[in-house]
Design a protein around this ligand. Sequence first.
Ligand code: ATP
Ligand code: MG
Length: 265
Amino acid sequence: MANETHVNDKHPRAESIRVREKITKGVESKVVALAGLIAHGRGEAFDYIIGEQTTSPGMNAITAAAANLLLAKHPVLSVNGNVAALCAKEFVDLARVSNAMLEVNLFHRTPEREYAIEKVLKDAGAEEVLGVGKASTATIPEIFSERRRVDPEGILKADVVFVPLEDGDRTQSLVKLGKTVITVDLNPMSRTAQWAAITIVDNIIRAMPLLIKEVERLKSLKISELKKIKNDFDNKKTLSEVMLLMEHRLHSLAEKGVYLEINNA
Ligand code: ATP
Ligand code: MG
C-alpha cells in the first residue's frame, strides 16, 4: 500500500501531494499504468510554470470545448487510467450534461485495466461504458505503434472526441480520421496539444469542474451562438497565448530573483 501522507493543509504543495496519492493508489488498483506516473509528473512540471491556476486562454478553450460538445451529434469522452484515477465522477457528470458516451481508451491496454477502469466509472455513477473487453472490435491506424482498438459504437463513429492526457500519435490518428479532437494537456508543446482542434492547457483536476459548468451555462444559447463560439476559436493563437503567459511569468519571477520568499518564511 502507498503511504498515506495525511498532508497538512498548510503545506505549500498539499493539493499536489493529494493528487499524487490518487495516482499512486490508481497504480495499486491496476487502473493506472506505470507510465501514467511519468506522464503525470510531466504535467506537474508545466503546472508549476503556469502558476497552478486556470489561465485566461485556458478558460477560452474550455468555453470552445463546451460549445463543440453541445454541437456534436455523437460526442465521446475517452477515459484512460490517469483520467479514471483523477476525475471519474467529473467524467460521469460531463457525459450526462453533454449527452456523451464514455469509452475506455488505453495506450497500455490489458483486459485487467479495462475492467478496473470500467468499475471506477460505474462506481462513480456511469450507466454505460464503451470500449471494454470484446466491445473494442474496430481498429484504426495509428502512426507509430500497433493498430489501436476502439469501440465501433463509440470513438469510431464519434464526430467530437474528448481525449485528455493523450499521446500524440493517437491524437494525430483521430485528427486524420476527421474527428474534432478536444484535449486537456498542461504542455502546450506536446504533439497532442498541437494537433488537437481545442487544447485546454490546464490541470485536468481544475479544468473538469469548469468544463461541466460551462456546458451547463452554454446550454441556454442558440445553435447559431454556439457555432459562433466554435468558429471564433483559434487553437494556434490560444496555444501561443499560453506560451507567452509562461514566458512572462518566468520573466517576472526571474526579475524578482526569487520564487519563494524563503528568507522571510
Ligand atoms: P505527446 O505524445 O502528445 O507529444 P508526451 O509524449 O510529451 O506528449 P504523453 O505522456 O504522451 O506526453 O502525454 C501525456 C500528456 O498529459 C503530457 O503532455 C502531460 O503534460 C499531460 N498531463 C499529465 N498529467 C496531466 C494533468 N493532471 N492535467 C493536464 N495534463 C496532464
Ligand atoms: Mg507521447
